[in-house]
Design a protein around this ligand. Sequence first.
Ligand code: DGP
Length: 113
Amino acid sequence: MSCIFCDIREKKVPAEIVYEDEDIMAFRDADPRAPVHILIIPKKHILSLSEIDEEDRELIGRICRVAARIARQESIARSGFRLVVNSGPDAGQAVDHLHFHLLGGRSMSWPPG
Ligand code: DGP
């Protein structure tokens, strides 16, 4: 089954990559909703947050640390940022490869729509 984020991971589809290691990749969202809008993905194809299991515990923790590191890199650590995961249809998940939205650079309202 084709997956756009797997294609980005494989560099078959271009993206502005801002972070990469053996297990994690981060790139700018193609349809940014904030001045800083970066997607952080596990390289491993996990369908959604509901599909993670015990063996992914360290990976998910590392993704959060990568998010904080990118926030510093993008100068939004002090002003503030959001790390958002849309999981499933009610949340509006459009791409079935687990991804964390890192959003910042503007003030945001709560709750999200
Ligand atoms: P979600 O609704 O949580 O599944 O968000 C999917 C996000 O992925 C959405 O903000 C737009 C982004 N996106 C979709 N296709 C591409 C792509 O080909 N390249 C990049 N950089 N982002 C994409």
